[in-house]
Write a protein that binds this ligand. Structure first.
Ligand code: SAH
Length: 259
């Protein structure tokens, strides 16, 4: 289970925090680190010093230019956020995150990304809206922003507790999904297709977006669609596009709608 958990750091500006993250991960048995557009040299003397023997995790880290690339293969993406945002998103506590892990990571091809933001400005709204849920560490409301590596430590610890719990019980979950869930990449293709179609039929005006796409993202992500279900939705979109352009839906080449 722990090997299916990826820690993603976006725009980190202090190498010490990358080293501290590697140490926190190795302490808790995690090893998959991704760095998105780091704003510092990731591997410095300070990184190695703060990693205290866990710098192999930084050596093995993948670097990506965008969040999408870093989490493309993930079936659950959870953003760690110190503050609430204008458009409320499903919010969980670290303990609830741990409680969901056994079920979430039981199915085929499942992978969790825990996404952490910049030291100075956290995660952007666009990044937060790419997550299924947000996790908030319920710290002192008057001083709620933890050091980046410390926030990683808290969530990694909850993951480890959940894993240890699973070892004590059967280790198996009865919540295994019957079908593979859609990955982040498949969801992003769907959202792009949905937006294109809504523009084509005159339902969505990108000049006056009124948070429509953010709300549709939230609705879709909340329902955790399976890959097959997303294919059906894309089939409907293709048929709609053809209809709008005067072609017959039968030409679409997309999966048939459900009987
Ligand atoms: N100044 C930023 C916070 C930066 S802390 C802000 O106000 O948004 C760096 C990162 O650590 C955050 O982006 C978040 O991913 C994580 N983090 C810090 N405190 C947290 C908390 N209380 N709950 C969840 N994540 C937290």
């Amino acid at each position: 289970m722990l090997e299916r958990i990826r820690i993603v750091l976006i725009g980190t500006s202090h190498p010490g925090n990358i080293g501290g993250t590697a140490r926190a991960m190795h302490n808790m048995g995690l090893s998959d680190l991704a760095l998105v557009a780091p704003r510092c040299e990731p591997l410095t003397a300070e990184t190695v010093s703060r990693a205290s023997g866990a710098d192999h995790i930084v050596h093995a880290a993948r670097t990506a230019e965008t969040l999408e690339q870093a989490v493309a293969d993930c079936t659950l993406v959870v953003g760690a956020s110190a503050r609430s945002r204008t458009l409320p998103w499903p919010m969980i506590t670290p303990r609830e995150l741990g409680g969901r892990l056994a079920g979430e990571l039981a199915g085929p091809g499942t992978r969790l990304a825990l996404v952490f933001g910049r030291e100075d400005s956290g995660l952007s709204n666009a990044e937060l809206q790419r997550c299924h849920a947000h996790v908030h560490i319920p710290a002192n409301p008057d001083f709620s922003s933890l050091n980046l590596a410390t926030a990683v430590q808290v969530l990694a610890y909850e993951c480890r507790l959940a894993w240890l719990d699973g070892l004590e019980t059967s280790g198996e979950s009865d919540a295994e999904p019957p079908q593979p869930l859609a990955t982040h990449e498949e969801l992003e293709h769907y959202f792009a297709h949905l937006e294109r179609t809504l523009i084509a039929i005159g339902f969505h005006d990108p000049v006056m977006p009124r948070q429509l796409m953010a709300r549709l993202r939230r609705l879709t992500l909340r329902s955790r669609p399976e890959r097959m279900e997303l294919n059906i939705l894309r089939g409907i979109l293709s048929a709609t596009e053809k209809q709008a352009s005067g072609e017959t839906p039968a030409d679409s080449g997309e999966p048939d709608p459900p009987a």
